[in-house]
Write a protein that binds this ligand. Structure first.
Ligand code: ZN
Length: 193
C-alpha cells in the first residue's frame, strides 16, 4: 500500500488475510457497494490490530481504544500541547468494520446514495480508524469534525508539532484519495524501522 509523505501514507508489508477480505466483501455487499470496489479503491486497506488498549474516554464520555504505541504517542502529544497552553481531546479513536458498516447503513437509510456517503465515510475496511492508530481531534470552542477546526490554535499547533509525535493529517485539502478535507483526523505513523 502506498503512502507518501504528502499524503502521509507509508509502505507496509502487512498481509491482509483472506478471512478479513471475506468479511469485508459481505459487509460491502450488504451496503450495496459494488463488488469491484476493493480492486479499484484508492484508499489503502486497513486491518484491525490484534491488540488495543483503553484510552481516556472521549469528549462524549465514551470509552475509546487505540494501539498501545498510538496511545502512548497521543498521550505524549496531548501533554506537549498542554505545556503550550493548547487543549486537544479525543473525539474518536478505534472503530471496527462493523461500526463503519452501521454508520454507512444509517446514512443510506436516510436517503443518501452510497456513492455520496462514501465521499465522507470510507467503506468498511478503508477507514484508518480500523487500525487503532487514527484519532479525530477536538479542541474547546470548536464544533466536532468541522472544517473550521483548521482555524483553531490547536490545529496550528498540530501542524507544527504533530509530525514530531508521529501523527500525520491523512486527508489534506484536495487530497488524491477522494476523501473530503479532514483537518481533525490524524493518524499515528509507525516509525520506520
Ligand atoms: Zn477520523
Amino acid at each position: 500500500m502506498a503512502r507518501n509523505d504528502a499524503g502521509h501514507f507509508f509502505t507496509t508489508t502487512v498481509t491482509i488475510s483472506e478471512a478479513y477480505r471475506e468479511r469485508l466483501r459481505s459487509l460491502h455487499d450488504a451496503l450495496g457497494i459494488p463488488a469491484n470496489y476493493m480492486d479499484t479503491c484508492a484508499l489503502p486497506l486497513c486491518e484491525e490490530p490484534a491488540e488495543l488498549v483503553d484510552t481516556e474516554t472521549d469528549f462524549y464520555g465514551r470509552p475509546q481504544r487505540l494501539t498501545r504505541e498510538a496511545f502512548n504517542a497521543w498521550t505524549a502529544m496531548k501533554s506537549a500541547a498542554a505545556s503550550d497552553r493548547i487543549e486537544i481531546f479525543l473525539i474518536s479513536a478505534f472503530r471496527d468494520i462493523d461500526y463503519q458498516h452501521d454508520v454507512i447503513k444509517r446514512k443510506v437509510e436516510e436517503g443518501r446514495s452510497i456513492s455520496e456517503v462514501l465521499q465522507a465515510n470510507a467503506a468498511p475496511g478503508y477507514s484508518e480508524h480500523h487500525t487503532g492508530r487514527a484519532v479525530d481531534i477536538g479542541t474547546p470552542g470548536c464544533d466536532a469534525l468541522v472544517e473550521a477546526f483548521e482555524n483553531t490554535p490547536a490545529f496550528q499547533w498540530l501542524k507544527t508539532n504533530g509530525n514530531k509525535h508521529g501523527f500525520f493529517m491523512s486527508y489534506p485539502r484536495d487530497n488524491q484519495l477522494g476523501i473530503l478535507y479532514e483537518p481533525w483526523h490524524w493518524c499515528f505513523r509507525k516509525p520506520d524501522k
